[in-house]
Design a protein around this ligand. Structure first.
Ligand SMILES: Cc1ncc(COP(=O)(O)O)c(C=O)c1O
Length: 322
C-alpha cells in the first residue's frame, strides 16, 4: 500500500527487527532469519535504531542516542534519495530483536522525517500491540500517529489466526476508487474477527492492559533490577509492561554478550536448560532471556517465574568475569 500510495519503491527498517516470514516481510526483518531469504533486490535498506546500552553512535545519554540515531536515519534517507523511499517500517518497541524501548523523542523524530520527505510511517504492532507494553499499543507511550499500523497476535489472544492493518484516511483514499491489487483466502474472516471483538471487550472489561502495566511497574521491573544488582552476568534489563529483556554478558565492563549475535553458546544453553528443569519455559534469543508472561499474569505467578529465573542465573554467573 505504501508503495502504491507514494509511487516509490524502497522501504527502510532497522537491523534489529523482526517483521514476518512472507516475501518483503522477511526482507524487512533485520535478524538472521533474513539471511537465507535475502538476495538484496527487495528494495529494503536497513539502518541502525537507538539502543543506549549498545549504542552504535557512542552516545552517553538517551538524549544523545535519540539525536544521533535520527541524524543517522536522516543521512540514510538523503543518501538513498528521499524521492525513492516509500516507507519506514518500525516495531514501536522491537520484540524478538531485544525489547529495546526507544528513547524519548525518537519515534516523534521519525514521524517528522517521514512528514518532511513524504514517506509513509508504518508501525509494526504485531508483538507490542494489544496490551503487552502496558498500554493498548506500544505507540501510546510515545504520542505518535503513524500512517499504517500492522497488528496480529494479541488482537484476539491468538485463539484464531488474525492479522490486520489500520489505514489512515489519506492512504485509504488512495484505494477509494481503485482496487488494492491483492486478495487473501481468509480476509475479514468472521470467526477470527468475532474472537477479536470478544477479546478486546474482555480486555477492556477486566482491566487487562492496566494489569500488564501494573505488573511491569510493581513486580517485574523492580524484581529484574534487583536481579541485575545481584548477578554479575546481567548487563542490563529493559522493558515495560509484560515485555522485558535480560541482557546476559560474559563481561560487565566490556558488555561482551554471553552468546554471539545470531547464535547460542554453552553458557546460554546451560541457563535455558536450568530454567526448563525448574519448570520455567524461557524465551531466549542469542544472549538474552525475555520475560514476557501473559497480560493476565498474577503477581504470584510473575514472582514465581522470576524466582526460577533468579536461580538459573547463578549458572550464568559462572561464565561471567566478575
Ligand atoms: C514484530 C512482528 N512483526 C511481524 C510478525 C509476523 O506476523 P504474522 O505472522 O502475523 O505475519 C511477527 C511474528 O512473530 C512479529 O513478532
Amino acid at each position: 500500500m505504501a508503495r502504491l500510495h507514494t509511487g516509490r519503491y524502497k522501504v527502510l527498517t532497522r537491523y534489529r527487527s523482526y517483521h514476518g516470514g512472507t516475501d518483503t516481510a522477511i526482507n524487512l526483518t533485520g535478524d538472521p532469519r533474513r539471511w537465507p531469504n535475502d538476495y538484496s533486490n527487495s528494495g529494503v535498506v536497513h539502518f541502525f535504531g537507538p539502543f543506549l546500552y549498545r549504542s552504535h553512535f557512542h552516545a552517553g545519554t538517551e538524549q544523545e542516542e535519540t539525536a544521533r540515531a535520527l541524524t543517522h536515519l536522516d543521512d540514510v534517507i538523503r543518501l538513498e534519495g528521499p524521492s525513492t523511499v516509500a516507507a519506514i517500517v518500525l516495531e514501536t518497541i522491537p520484540g524478538t530483536a531485544g525489547i529495546m524501548v526507544p528513547p524519548p523523542g525518537y519515534l516523534a523524530g521519525v514521524r517528522d522525517l517521514c512528514d518532511r520527505y513524504g514517506i509513509v510511517f508504518i508501525a509494526d504492532e504485531v508483538m507490542a500491540g494489544f496490551g503487552r507494553t502496558g498500554k493498548w499499543f506500544g505507540l501510546d507511550h510515545f504520542g505518535v500517529t503513524p500512517d499504517l499500523i500492522t497488528f496480529a497476535k494479541g488482537v484476539n489472544s491468538g485463539y484464531v489466526p488474525l492479522g490486520g492493518v489500520a489505514i489512515s484516511p489519506p492512504i485509504a483514499e488512495t484505494f477509494a476508487h481503485r482496487p488494492y491489487p491483492g486478495g487473501l483466502t481468509y480476509s475479514g474472516h468472521p470467526l477470527a474477527t468475532a474472537a477479536a471483538v470478544a477479546t478486546i471487550n474482555t480486555m477492556a472489561e477486566e482491566g487487562i492492559v492496566g494489569n500488564a502495566a501494573r505488573i511491569g511497574a510493581e513486580v517485574i521491573g523492580p524484581a529484574l533490577r534487583d536481579i541485575a544488582a545481584r548477578h554479575p552476568s546481567v548487563g542490563d534489563v529493559h522493558g515495560t509492561g509484560v515485555f522485558w529483556a535480560v541482557e546476559l554478558v560474559a563481561n560487565r565492563e566490556t558488555r561482551e554478550p554471553l552468546a554471539p549475535y545470531g547464535s547460542s553458546s554453552p553458557a546460554m544453553n546451560a541457563v535455558t536448560g536450568a530454567c526448563k528443569e525448574s519448570g520455567l519455559l524461557p524465551f531466549a534469543n542469542f544472549h538474552r532471556v525475555h520475560v514476557v508472561p501473559p497480560c493476565t499474569v498474577t503477581d504470584g505467578e510473575a514472582r514465581e517465574g522470576l524466582a526460577l529465573l533468579d536461580e538459573a542465573l547463578e549458572i550464568a554467573d559462572r561464565y561471567t568475569v566478575a
